[in-house]
Ligand binder design. Structure first.
Ligand code: GSH
Length: 214
């Protein structure tokens, strides 16, 4: 049985975005049995948790003797052991893995930076000055991503772990209306979010917070 570590409480802006959602979604898609262990807020003390996750961040998982951190590595691990998130080894799998890295390295970085100036540093004057350039960087990535997606339903044609990760990355923009300018991306994100596995993962993720968003 896999144990997925998640925070017991986060501010409302983060609920529905915390990266254990990626892990829960992958576990649900593959039908992998799992349990959730809460970190902090009456669960596992955060100091002790650092033995599992060197940066004190979630997610991490325990799978037998294996402890893993980094949401991308965890999703890859789950996808390799279950069915439905990665094609068999070969060219199609390589392309799915390519898009997993694109989601986390190329698309998430500018989106996370925009989130930082909008939320974490919202009161700083430098953040207000810098926002237009952070926004422009996001818009450039989204335009290129929409172009690359073309008229396909999913990044490589079939739903894979890459779409799972990309969807959770695009969700980080929910405090803005940026995605509305990219209708094919917005439809792509909605298509992925409609999946029953995502809906179950999101409901459970939200239910675990001690202080739910109003
Ligand atoms: N690259 C890491 C990022 C993990 C991460 O940033 N986790 C956030 C929650 S979504 C966290 O634990 N933040 C608390 C902190 O950094 O202290 C991953 O994908 O797992």
């Amino acid at each position: 049985m896999i144990t997925c570590y998640a925070f017991g409480n986060v501010p409302p802006f983060a609920q529905g975005l915390v990266r254990d959602l990626r892990v829960r979604w992958a576990l649900e898609e593959t039908g992998t049995p799992y349990e959730v262990a809460i970190v902090g807020d009456g669960g596992m003390p955060r100091d002790a948790y650092r033995a599992l996750q060197p940066f004190g961040q979630v997610p991490a998982i325990r799978d037998g003797a294996l402890v893993l951190f980094e949401s991308g590595a965890i999703v890859m691990h789950i996808a390799e052991r279950g069915d439905g998130l990665l094609p068999p080894p070969g060219d199609r799998r390589a392309m799915a893995v390519e898009w997993m890295f694109a989601a986390l390295n190329t698309v998430e970085n500018p989106i996370q930076q925009l989130m930082a100036v909008d939320v974490f540093f919202a009161r700083e004057s430098w953040a207000k000055d810098a926002r237009p350039s952070y926004l422009a960087a996001v818009e450039k990535r989204l335009a290129d991503l929409e172009q690359a997606l073309g008229d396909r339903d999913y990044l490589t044609g079939e739903f894979t772990a890459a779409d799972l990760l990309m969807t959770t990355v695009l969700r980080i923009l929910r405090h803005t209306d940026v995605l509305a300018s990219y209708p094919r991306l917005a439809a792509y994100k909605a298509r992925c979010e409609e999946r029953p596995a995502f809906q179950k993962a999101l409901a459970d993720h939200m239910a675990d917070f001690a202080t739910p968003a109003a």
